[in-house]
Design a protein around this ligand. Sequence first.
Ligand SMILES: [Zn+2]
Ligand SMILES: [Zn+2]
Length: 388
Amino acid sequence: MALALNGAQEIVIDPNGDLILRFFTSKDTGNAQFRAARGNGLVNGRITAKMQVSRMVIAKNSSYYRRMLTAGSSVASDKVIDIKESKVRWAELWFRAFHGADQPLLSFKIGIPGVWEGNSATPDEMKKLGGWFRKLMENKPIAKLDNNLEDMRMLMFPCNVFNHVEAFAEITRVLAYESPKSITELNPTEHRKLHLDGNVIGSLNSARGSLKSKLRTMLLLPAGNIILQSCICRRDTKDAFDDALKTIGFWHVIDFSRRSVQSILDMHSFINFSVQIPPTACETCHLNADAGAVRKARWEVVNDFHGLCLDCMEQTKTGSVDEDYWKKDSLQQWDRGCRIKHGESTWNFSFMGRKTDMEQHQKKKRLLALVEAQKQTRNGRALMARQV
Ligand SMILES: [Zn+2]
Ligand SMILES: [Zn+2]
């Protein structure tokens, strides 16, 4: 309930509450003054809201208020306390969460910065807003954000704090594909200490970079293969392939590198990629310049990264990574034990442990693959020799 009272909102969070918090501002209040709750002196500013709360509940739930209300503090036993704070709506959000009271239906734009506003809250205290956050996300599913990258950059931190595994994965997935430049967090408040671990943003940018580099490789690979042929028709075929790359802007090198991966993948000419292979081209030229292979590779990039997985991140954020994490890779069950379905790329970039551990693992994997390939070749030769 909120009533306007002499310009100040009266907000009853607990009708039996034994403490009134008076929020005031001194911004743009001219010569306005009010009588202080303590000491009877005059204070420059204006009271914007009075909130009735339970002293015990807020002291129990917030370390900041616990300090304020503990014996020894000058206002510890006061029944009315003045607090200089202009963001009353967000204070109300937090107090309602502490009291388990119904939350106001804040709009998305106002609600999310409110989460960030809990600057003095510990991670455990922040979790008290978890239920409200889930409800907010249900009212505004990620799909309805219309790929608004600003909102998504602002949402990464709350999704992480509230352990919203699905939203975090979807948001980081969209950011990796849609961001034309390096991804950064957007903190809508002045509290700079609230942010994701540096590793998270670093990994997300690595995922973004890897999509771009996979895209480049898959487009350059056929062109390279054609050039390495020795047939006479290779030059005409290469020209034809280069012309096809021109239709997706590949040769506008700077522009291509500045665009988001998704904007390239979505191009009509890429979805329907085709190469006008010269009729005189040999079979190998046809094979290497096959547009179907490029379209298939495009599809692989489209489905490569499923966002960062909070469960994989949690599993690897401590120094010693559990053997089970590497096992997920060798079994090719990258989302084993995770709350969301995802593939290898997500497993790889959600790794929050030491970089050298992952590098070592990948090196060992490559070596094993090489040994396996050599074994296959030897077996193949032996089989052929027996057949001869
Ligand atoms: Zn040829
Ligand atoms: Zn996972």
